[in-house]
Design a protein around this ligand. Sequence first.
Ligand SMILES: Cc1cc2nc3c(=O)[nH]c(=O)nc-3n(C[C@H](O)[C@H](O)[C@H](O)COP(=O)(O)OP(=O)(O)OC[C@H]3O[C@@H](n4cnc5c(N)ncnc54)[C@H](O)[C@@H]3O)c2cc1C
Length: 344
Amino acid sequence: MLDSQFEIAIVGAGMSGLTCAQLLHQAGYKVVVLDKSRGLGGRMATRRLHGTYADHGVCYLKPKSDEFQNLLHHLVDRKVSRVWTQTIHEFVDGQIRASQKSAPCYVSANGISAIAKCLSIGLTLRLNHRVSEIREGWQLHCESGEVISARAVVVAIPAPQAAQLYQLEPLKRVEYSACISAIALYPTERQAEVEALEWKGLGCSDAELGWIGIDSTKQVDPAQPSVVVQSNAAFAARHLEDLELQQVGERLLQRASEVGLPWLTSPELLQVHCWRYAFPITPITEKYLAADTVAPLFFTGDWCGGNRVENAFEAGVATADELNRRLSNRPLNQQFWTQIRTTF
Ligand SMILES: Cc1cc2nc3c(=O)[nH]c(=O)nc-3n(C[C@H](O)[C@H](O)[C@H](O)COP(=O)(O)OP(=O)(O)OC[C@H]3O[C@@H](n4cnc5c(N)ncnc54)[C@H](O)[C@@H]3O)c2cc1C
């Protein structure tokens, strides 16, 4: 029978939840991570397509802080991550141009979710476990009927989803923009053309598009070209409830083809994914929220400080630090990534 009693339960296996869980696990706490999905990483998501991969959430990572840069250096050393490009291009007013700011943009050759898999090494995970209720005690009730007990809980999920689990006013005030991703696969014959392009990722300031990524160029030896086209917030807001998502994806490909790649409208395979809570647009300044309860209950995520993976990472570190202080003040190894063993 599976264990149901833990010192700390963490809801959410995205960057914030996994970072927090790994730090507390390495400090010796008995930790469990629960996620409603069957995969790890949350919005750091990879779709497997006929033996190739495409990142339909996070496109790439561009570190600002030394801590996040250190994490990426270690992931590169362990061959989990690699530099994809130094230059993201822009599509503005019908023109493609190189962005002024060049800096390493990190990805993973096996898809960006490989980073989450690496961060989860050694953790007790319960995937396909949607938490539907948090009762004082703490008891986490899962949709499956399972109940997990813990001394302390960290809810590391988007604020509106957290607000459904626990009534805490500031959670309700964080607003999000949505995003729709079209994930498309093209015939092998297009490979040479794709490799000859002077750009790999294109930020779009357009009425409908936000991003075009030639995702197969993230891989070492791609089987065939894959492309991810992401909408901007306005387009997503208009189409989020559409029943014919395939048509929404076709529209995105058609708009993307206007960058001078007419064949983008004829994929071999097209999948569409809607992100209802893609980017927090009114993040809070604190790195976590703590409920006013005797047994610790924390809320965290990218919405605590920003709307990027790096913000989620920093929020996860700060939450682990504070929770540890509340529980016992064991030494926390903030350099935990140096200890991560990996088989990648
Ligand atoms: C399309 C798109 C493109 C992006 N591009 C970039 C980029 O290029 N660079 C960048 O830095 N950032 C990017 N971001 C933002 C980035 O994805 C987020 O900032 C970051 O991944 C958030 O991590 P998190 O841990 O806070 O939340 P999440 O990644 O959302 O993780 C939350 C987890 O909680 C789980 N969950 C939710 N509710 C429950 C529940 N009730 N029970 C159990 N589990 C639950 C979810 O399944 C999920 O796995 C992008 C986001 C999107 C959507």
